[in-house]
Write a protein that binds this ligand. Sequence first.
Ligand SMILES: [Zn+2]
Length: 121
Amino acid sequence: MTHCSDEALILHHYGEDTTHERHLASCAECDARYRDLASVLQAVNVVQTPARGEHYGIEVWQRIRHQLPEREPWWRAFIDEWQWAAVAAAAVVLVAAGFAVGRLWPALPAESIAVRSEAAV
Ligand SMILES: [Zn+2]
């Protein structure tokens, strides 16, 4: 004869599994275990959770949001603060190089510009 497991007895106590009723009625050992287990489970106070209001999530957020660290933008994860100086310096160098190249690049003769504009028409 297979006796009921403790899990089955607990489920039976809470009314979630009624398949062991016949075995409990015919087996004194399981019935005794069930009565012991039921007395322990009845001694445990079941705390009823309070009903949550419609705005429970917002209330919780308002309560804890000041305790959370400031959220950084996603791109800050890629660049540390000390790297900002390098990024700024690189940007300045690129702008200066672009300006210098624009000033020093040999300009096309006026004739070739006229020929190109006529060919385009
Ligand atoms: Zn049994």
